[in-house]
Design a protein around this ligand. Structure first.
Ligand SMILES: Nc1nc2c([nH]c(=O)n2[C@H]2C[C@H](O)[C@@H](COP(=O)(O)OP(=O)(O)OP(=O)(O)O)O2)c(=O)[nH]1
Length: 158
């Protein structure tokens, strides 16, 4: 069965190979002790979709597993060392600049203080997300949270 491809902008393009991307969904407990806060970061200046909010992560390098790529990217971007990561969802998103296969992994333990090493901004968010604008590839993740938490209403502002 072929994989569903989500268009980021509504344009349907010819099939092409997807770039594999490891994405970290860092979660922490809210005031009631439930893991309902998650970290969003803004895309750094100079990258496509600069200023859009996303989950931290990046492309796999040759020979890396998704977890290894995630650990490397989160260390490079945020200065933290992650513990285990749990496979969560996968999604193919088609942008004008590339088709990407996003491997979302949940991370609830890490060491080190968060540092924004690439000029990003960060926000601990919950639903509905207040940071704007969010990257198209981020919106399905907010829907998965909404389903799991029984959250009704908008998932993000704007
Ligand atoms: N990091 C991240 N990328 C995402 C998310 N959602 C989404 O569609 N993407 C897309 C945007 C980019 O096309 C691609 C990730 O590429 P990137 O440019 O951020 O990766 P990278 O850090 O390895 O970049 P570079 O070294 O090539 O500059 O995945 C997300 O939540 N986080």
């Amino acid at each position: 069965m072929s994989e569903a491809v989500h268009s980021a902008d509504g344009v349907v393009r010819a099939p092409r190979a997807a770039v594999e991307v490891a994405v970290g969904v860092l979660v922490r407990p809210d005031a009631s002790g439930r893991e309902r806060q998650f970290l969003l970061t803004s895309r750094p200046p100079g990258k496509v979709y600069a200023g859009y909010w996303e989950f931290p992560g990046g492309k796999l390098e040759a020979g890396e597993s998704v977890h290894q790529a995630l650990a490397r990217e989160l260390h490079e971007e945020l200065g933290i060392t992650i513990g285990a990561s749990r496979r969560w969802h996968e999604l193919v998103m088609d942008y004008e600049h590339a088709r990407v296969r996003l491997h979302f992994r949940l991370v609830s333990s890490w060491s080190g203080a968060l540092q924004m090493r690439e000029g990003q901004a960060m926000a601990w968010e919950t639903l509905p997300v207040a940071s704007v604008p969010v990257l198209p590839g981020t919106i399905p993740v907010l829907r998965w949270f909404a389903q799991e938490w029984g959250h009704a209403g908008p998932t993000h502002a704007g």
